[in-house]
Design a protein around this ligand. Structure first.
Ligand SMILES: *Cc1c(COP(=O)(O)O)cnc(C)c1O
Length: 222
């Protein structure tokens, strides 16, 4: 299936309450343009510099999502345009995003990344850290960021029951945080291999790369 056929298929099959983030990391501008022409407006990248280069070249009505781990010293390169940062896992990072957003007089939307996988390599906070952060006085003083939900990555495994449990854990964490923070609305979970399961478990935002754009060729540091 071509990129545009895949985009159109996803637009017709995904439930209306689920946002599709087309994960275009490592892919050339021409691939993103094809997805754009098929109606896709939300793109996810995991390298700030690569996202900034693509932003400069593509139509300005694209919503850019940073889905990768964010280094604080690079926030300044995306503060002008990023629409949603998925991987926020510390107050220090949030403070830096707030500071950079202020320079552009913007409010940048963020998701708290919750650690749901067993693997040590996956970033994220635990549920109690997230609750503590949202209740803290320091947090309420940040006027140029808005926390709109949570994000999680399941363990990379064929064990469907385990992945399902990890998704359930993220949904339960969201529900718990939501009681005190009713403005939270997004649960970002699910990728090419597991997005149907994620949607069954309550996902409202799926991040799909390879099943749209094909397998990625990893060269240097991607
Ligand atoms: C690369 C990536 C995806 C997309 O993965 P696919 O398996 O290609 O769909 C989703 N989320 C994050 C955080 C990623 O880094």
């Amino acid at each position: 299936m071509s990129i545009s056929e895949k985009i159109k298929e996803l637009h017709t099959t995904l439930p209306n309450h689920v946002t599709l983030v087309a994960v275009s990391k490592t892919k050339p501008i021409s691939d993103l343009q094809e997805a754009y022409d098929a109606g896709q407006r939300v793109f996810g990248e995991n390298k700030i510099q690569e996202m900034a280069e693509k932003w400069a070249q593509l139509p300005k009505d694209i919503s850019w999502h940073m889905i990768g781990h964010v280094q604080r010293n690079k926030v300044k390169y995306m503060a002008e345009f990023v629409d949603l940062i998925h991987g926020v896992d510390s107050f220090k990072l949030l403070k830096e995003i707030n500071k950079q957003a202020k320079k552009y007089n913007r409010i940048i939307r963020c998701l708290l990344q919750i650690k749901i996988a067993e693997e040590d390599s996956k970033f994220g906070m635990d549920a109690s850290d997230a609750a503590y952060l949202l209740a803290s006085a320091e947090f309420t003083q940040l006027e140029n960021i808005q926390i709109v939900g949570v994000m999680g990555m399941a363990t990379f495994t064929d064990n469907t029951a385990q992945v399902q449990n990890e998704f359930k854990h993220l949904k339960a964490t969201f529900d718990d945080l939501h009681t005190k923070n009713p403005s939270l609305e997004i649960i970002s979970m699910g990728m090419s291999g597991d997005y149907n399961l994620a949607i069954e478990e309550g996902s409202t935002m799926v991040r799909i790369g390879s099943s749209i754009f094909g397998a990625r060729n990893y060269t240097s540091s991607n």
